[in-house]
Design a protein around this ligand. Structure first.
Ligand code: AMP
Length: 283
């Protein structure tokens, strides 16, 4: 496995692969890797000859007061895990390598980012779109893998690829969870033992709303009320939003039908966690 820090080194290796006709699957990450990330890498191995992973805590997607400075950075361990899971290349650039000066270009999503996390993290998705575009241009992968855990991000990247004609195929991988349902996240590392228990309220809220849909509930307002009430039963959990939205447009729905995305964000202590669940509404 190659571990490189420069764009030039990635490009040099990419040229070698073009000569041999080998295809690259790409998994962009911010590191502090867990089983969710590794599942994306394993899936990538089924889709291409080599899987390349970037590890870069992207400053432009963090807002003021967010956790950029304290975001876990565990590169040595990440490299070991990636070696075990069969990645072929790790790109771990410095901030200077990625942003030798502040980018002038800005990519905005006036409709898609009005909802869910976008409504609460101004500039976040512009930062995501910028770094993903740069990484796509650096790596030039045939396939790129994203997790459904960050559902809004996956929808937005799909639109970015379509609107800007990036020659890449996207694959979205279902959320990997702990045995008790908690969605795996690098930010779970912030939780102490009691917060780790409190964090289960997110999954309980989504599960309760799913069960309600399966029992016939069709009102988005009722489902949102239910998710809020389940979150409210756990002291220490402070909801930021709960929503039932169209999984393609991310627009709120009134009556659920077809497939609905249940999504929420909540603070557990000072840690902001997100989760979501796609639910097929019975006919
Ligand atoms: P991050 O390092 O948090 O930026 O995540 C890198 C990629 O891994 C993103 O596409 C995430 O959606 C994906 N990912 C993170 N957590 C999970 C999870 N629990 N299950 C599946 N994919 C995940």
């Amino acid at each position: 496995m190659l571990v490189v820090t420069t764009i030039a080194a990635v490009r040099a290796r990419r040229h070698e692969l073009w000569r041999s006709g080998h295809k690259v699957a790409f998994v962009p990450t911010m590191g502090a890797l867990h089983e969710g990330h590794l599942t994306l890498v394993r899936r990538g191995r089924e889709l291409a000859d080599e899987v390349w992973v970037s590890v870069f805590v992207n400053p432009t997607q963090f807002g003021p007061g967010e956790d950029f400075a304290r975001y876990p950075r565990t590169l040595e361990r990440d490299v070991e895990l990636l070696r075990e899971v069969g990645a072929a290349l790790v790109f771990a650039p410095s901030e200077k390598e990625m942003y030798p000066r502040p980018a002038e270009v800005s990519l905005t999503f006036p409709n898609l980012s009005r909802h869910l996390c976008g409504a609460h993290r101004p500039g976040h998705f512009a930062g995501v779109a910028l770094v993903v575009s740069k990484l796509f241009n650096i790596v030039q992968p045939e396939v790129a893998l994203f997790g459904a855990k960050d559902f809004q991000q996956a929808v937005l990247v799909r639109r970015l690829v379509e609107d800007l004609n990036f020659p890449v195929r996207l694959e979205v991988v279902p959320t990997v969870r702990e045995a008790d349902g908690l969605a795996m996240s690098s930010r779970n590392a912030y939780l102490d033992a009691s917060q780790r228990q409190q964090a289960l309220a997110l999954w309980r809220a989504l599960s309760a709303a799913q069960a309600a849909v399966l029992k016939g509930e069709r009102s988005a307002k009722a489902l949102e009320g239910l998710m809020l009430s389940v979150l409210g039963q756990t002291p220490g959990v402070r909801p930021q939003y709960v929503a039932a939205v169209d999984p393609e447009t991310l627009e709120p729905v009134e009556e659920v039908q077809g497939t609905v995305l249940l999504a929420l964000a909540a603070y557990v202590g000072s840690t902001r966690l997100i989760d979501n669940l796609l639910v097929e509404v019975p006919q």
